[in-house]
Design a protein around this ligand. Sequence first.
Ligand code: ZN
Length: 243
Amino acid sequence: MPRWSELTQASFEREARETKVAVMVTCSIEAHGNHLPLGTDMILPSFLAEKVAQRTKAMVLPPIPFGESWSFDVFKGTVSLRPETLLMVYRDVMKAVFRQGFKFIVALNGHGGNSTLLRQAAEEATEGHDGAVIIVNWWDDLAKSVRAEILETPDGHAGEDETSEVLAVRPDLVDMKAAKDARVRTSFRIVSASRREELLPRGIYGEPQSATAEKGKAIMERAEEELIQLVEQLEQGKLPISR
Ligand SMILES: [Zn+2]
């Protein structure tokens, strides 16, 4: 069970010889309505990363809790890093991991606001060697077919999908009595620091009232299988590409 932070120097050296793959978990601490925990975007990818630690030899780093959450920064409990801070954190972590001899970094990302920064950091961190960063926006890239089949409402934030998923893995942290649907629609990208509460009522964009633990369990199980497949493929030195 190669969990980076739990190994000694000597056991790290031994375990690192067994794998080419490190898993970096990138998260956010931000408002998810009044029904989901602030750490939703950490809890879900961390659950999947733990499965990787249990089932493969890939080295799993401790999660980076804070992300880029500007849109939610006006809501209670959100802790957001500035893009430039987060870019430096991601780049430094990636460079350190490559320096330890890993060939592939799976950036298992739990939050949309982090994606472009992960990409930018990866561009810089892979300069000058043959390593690769595989960015997995898990809610988007994994379990696509199951999501399409069982979810009754579109993607969102703190909506049917996320609420179902937390119900499946940490039901003790969900307050379904407080789950209220909210989806402000627009065809445009409206940016306004002072109107964030109007655009994202209570930090919700979606239909949490349609959530069930069964839906969440089906999504998490499929996501786990697809992620394990990816890691196993990388362990064989193969990028997840087809021609
Ligand atoms: Zn979320």
